[in-house]
Design a protein around this ligand. Structure first.
Ligand code: ZN
Length: 262
């Protein structure tokens, strides 16, 4: 048997080099992203993305909640209870899970990731998303981001949903499928549109590629987006995944808009 113990001098040297390299990497990251809180802009002194004071204002979504829509209940009605909305209007996806209400610091984090090029936030946000998924990331066969249209991606050069999905997949050692689902329609921005306009806007906007079909058929998928608002986008994306044969879709977002919460 090979000696993999700490006494092995070669191993010790390799570990030392690795540690040194990690220090250098951290210094490089510091130079690119000064450790500033994404909420209040104060120096945090370390790469947490957000200071403890801002973090404490995060309105986490926790049980008791509707098992399908992940809507928090004001009191505990017992395990497995569904909200009236989930019964009256069952969604196309199996379940929705989000970390926090899209407000205050959660909004700042989403905005920071999307517009301020703070990819350092993705690691922290992804950790919380894995926790909020309640074991569904661990149990899934693949992690898929809500894609941007190629033109918008070219314009912005960055898809925040893909950034989150990539980190979630890496941290959980699940397969990451960034190009199985594509956006074939250049849609207007959803911001400022009402619920039915949003639905019309994204209808038929997504398609699974031929390679994607083989990868998704019969599989349990975690579909990642940054914010859940009316659900029009993730519902259209889920329809495309289901059409391609996906067996089970968990929608996982960092934030969730207030509307519709009980
Ligand atoms: Zn702060």
């Amino acid at each position: 048997m090979e000696n993999e113990g700490a006494e092995n001098p070669g191993r010790r040297l390799a570990d030392g080099l690795r540690r040194g390299l990690r220090g250098l990497m951290a210094a490089a990251v510091d130079a690119v992203y000064p450790p500033v809180c994404a909420g209040c802009g104060r120096m945090t002194g370390q790469h947490r993305g957000v200071c403890p004071a801002c973090w404490s204002t995060l309105r986490l979504i926790e049980r008791p909640y509707c098992e399908v829509l992940g809507l928090p209940f004001s009191h505990d009605l017992g395990a497995g209870i569904l909200s009236a909305d989930a019964i009256a209007n069952p969604p196309v996806f199996e379940r929705l899970r989000s970390v926090a209400i899209h407000d205050g610091i959660a909004k700042s984090l989403v905005h920071g990731l999307k517009y301020r090029d703070r990819t350092d936030l993705a690691v922290m946000m992804a950790k919380w998303m894995i926790r909020a998924s309640d074991g569904h990331v661990r149990a899934c066969d693949a992690v898929v981001p809500v894609p941007l249209h190629a033109f918008r991606l070219w314009n912005r050069k960055f898809n925040q949903s893909a950034e989150l999905a990539r980190v979630i997949a890496r941290m959980s050692a699940r397969p990451y499928l960034p190009s199985a689902l594509i956006r074939i329609k250049r849609t207007a921005r959803q911001v400022g549109l009402g619920a039915s306009q949003r639905q019309d806007n994204v209808r038929g906007a997504f398609q699974v590629t031929e390679a994607g079909k083989a990868a998704l058929f019969g599989k349990r998928i975690v579909l990642v987006d940054d914010v859940y608002t009316t659900g029009a986008t993730v519902s259209a994306a889920t329809r495309a995944l289901k059409k391609a044969g996906a067996a089970d879709v968990t929608v996982l977002t960092f934030a969730r808009a207030m509307s519709g919460l009980i």
